[in-house]
Ligand binder design. Structure first.
Ligand code: MLC
Ligand code: AMP
Length: 509
């Protein structure tokens, strides 16, 4: 029997070499990690989890949580990681839509999650950051030598939900083949080897931290410092022991604020990588001046894994996302005609390759709508390819805000605000934010006589939306600017409030 992705991880694993460095005293070798993944897979088997079943996890980052992902690959289950910031209301939708057989949550969340998971027939088990919880209790006495489920390249490995500009979130179905092909490509493109030591400070419920960082580490037999979250001071302290860092632009903005970041601190680092959101050219330049390193920027999406990367050798150009990766075809088309545009002309970025997902979970029409007739995925990003072949992202055709590397779909936030008593309508936009890149901002129109302030709106959103989706500022207006078709002109609002977060407003950002 063969298991497409996990077999490759097993083949690359250097046995008793370090895999996860948890803290100064605890390091798990590949053997340790694989043994635990076998025990968890055995425990899931005993719970009745079968290949193709979804296993959802909303757990804080820990070595055990990462091993749960490996256990799912081995058991043939489809891993469904969920942002720890999601509220119960948000979780309810994902569980109803994906119908997981097992949901793993923090012990404190068990009661609440059971009330929404049980009606869908899901089992709920727990996992805490220290490895305690009912899941590992079940795994403790199980055999480590689990017989991996047979999985082909086309079988699902994971479903990651991405919000949409219209309607509810869509589950992007990623296959074993998608994940393996992309991780091998990145490993070779970035020259990752078993000698590398990655600082892993990203969350593990998104493509960046789960697939790019983790799969690339595993497939090169490298090791990682697993940090529970990003902390600039901790990252600078670890740099002398590490060779790589992967981060969103906010990481680099915050690192530059550390007076300890200098050439000495980065002496052992081979590669700094940025992605998930645009890296400002000024951040790139400042980082280079301070450390001597040109941050390597790459471009990806949940649906496609990674598409382009600046070169390992050769010019890493600030403000570009580099070249299409080997095996990945990137083209730019005229959004109106669909025809391919020549270099330097801006249009819709479209992608084809083994990295591109299988479709949206149980949404065949939405899937079909996102692909061209000749099989390219329509990214929703606007860009151009210059004469040297570098891809530039110049805007978004989709109404999306990216804050600190998290996507926020204005429509979802507007929908929640508009339900608040006294609100007529709202427009949610992203405007430049010095820390998060873009700050979620709401412009709200109230009914005459309604008494609403920022606090009332934020507290009404508290139970409905994850914290990172909630507006950092709420502005009250008489009305919203509209074009002749009646459509809200968000570009005007973005211009009007462009310096909202860059003007110093004490205690406001
Ligand atoms: C936290 N907050 C955020 C936020 N993160 N608000 C907006 N945007 C964010 N990204 C909230 C907190 O809840 C808190 O609210 C307040 O802002 C300040 O928190 P903080 O302590 O400063 O934030 P921190 O916990 O340090 O997190 C910031 C961060 C984190 C940038 C380190 O957001 C992060 O790790 N982002 C990475 C996201 C990521 O991995 N994206 C990849 C997607 S995959 P309060 O009110 O409680 O104070 C993808 C494909 C690809 O896009 O190409 O990779
Ligand atoms: P997600 O749906 O969370 O996977 O986010 C994917 C989106 O993030 C892409 O469609 C882009 O809009 C954006 N993105 C990812 N990497 C970059 C980058 N390097 N520069 C600009 N935008 C990026």
């Amino acid at each position: 029997m063969s298991n497409h992705l996990f077999d490759a991880m097993r083949a690359a694993a250097p046995g008793d070499a370090p895999f996860i460095r948890i803290d100064d005293t605890r390091t798990w070798t590949y053997d340790d990690a694989f043994a635990l993944s076998g025990r968890i897979a055995s425990a899931m088997d005993a719970l009745g989890i079968r290949p193709g079943d979804r296993v959802a996890a909303q757990v804080e980052k820990s070595a055990e949580a990462l091993i749960l992902y490996l256990a799912c690959l081995r058991s043939g289950a489809v891993y469904l990681p969920l942002n720890t910031a999601y509220t119960l209301a948000e979780l309810d939708y994902f569980i109803g839509d994906a119908e997981p057989r097992l949901v793993v949550v923090a012990p404190a969340a068990r009661g609440g999650v059971e009330t929404i998971a049980k009606p869908h027939g899901a089992i709920v088990e727990t996992l805490d950051t220290d490895g305690s919880g009912s899941l590992l209790d079940l795994a403790r006495d199980e055999p480590a030598d689990f017989v991996d489920a047979s999985r082909s390249a086309d079988d699902l490995a994971a479903i990651l939900y991405t919000s949409g500009t219209t309607g509810r979130s869509k589950g992007a179905m990623l296959t074993h083949g998608n994940l393996l092909s992309n991780a091998l490509t990145l490993r070779d493109y970035w020259r990752v080897t078993s000698g590398d030591r990655l600082i892993h400070a990203l969350p593990i419920f998104h493509t960046h931290g789960l697939f790019v960082a983790t799969n690339v580490t595993l497939l090169s037999g490298a090791s990682m410092f697993l940090l529970s979250k990003f902390d600039a001071d901790e990252v600078v302290s670890l740099m002398p022991q590490a060779t790589m860092l992967m981060g969103v632009p906010t990481f680099y903005v915050r690192l530059l604020q550390s007076p300890r970041l200098d050439r000495g601190a980065v002496a052992s680092i081979r590669l700094f990588i940025s992605g998930s959101a645009p890296l400002l050219a000024e951040t790139h330049t400042e980082f280079h001046a301070r450390t001597g390193h040109a941050i390597l920027e790459r471009y990806g999406m949940t649906e496609t894994n990674m598409n382009t990367s600046n070169p390992y050798e050769g010019k890493r150009i600030a403000g570009t996302v580099g070249f299409p990766l080997p095996d990945v075809t990137v083209r730019v088309t005229d959004p109106a005609s669909g025809l391919e545009l020549p270099p330097e002309e801006t249009g819709m970025i479209e992608i084809k390759g083994p990295n591109v997902f299988k479709g949206y979970w149980r949404m065949p029409e939405k899937t079909a709508a996102e692909f061209t007739a000749d099989g390219f995925f329509i990214s929703g990003d606007l860009g151009k390819i210059d004469r040297e072949g570098y891809v530039h992202i110049v805007g978004r055709g989709k109404d999306l805000v990216i804050s600190g590397g998290y996507n926020i779909y204005p429509k979802e936030v507007e929908g929640e605000i508009d339900q608040i008593e006294g609100v007529v309508e709202s427009a949610v936009i992203g405007v430049p934010h010095p820390d998060f890149g873009e700050g979620v901002t709401a412009i709200v129109v109230c009914k005459p006589g309604a008494v609403l302030d920022e606090k009332t709106i934020v507290s009404a959103l508290q139970q409905r939306l994850a914290r990172y989706k909630q507006p950092k500022r709420i502005i009250f207006a008489e009305d919203l600017p509209r074009n002749t078709m009646g459509k809200v002109q968000k570009n005007i609002l973005r211009q009007q409030y462009a310096d909202l977060y860059t003007r110093a407003i004490p205690g406001k950002v």
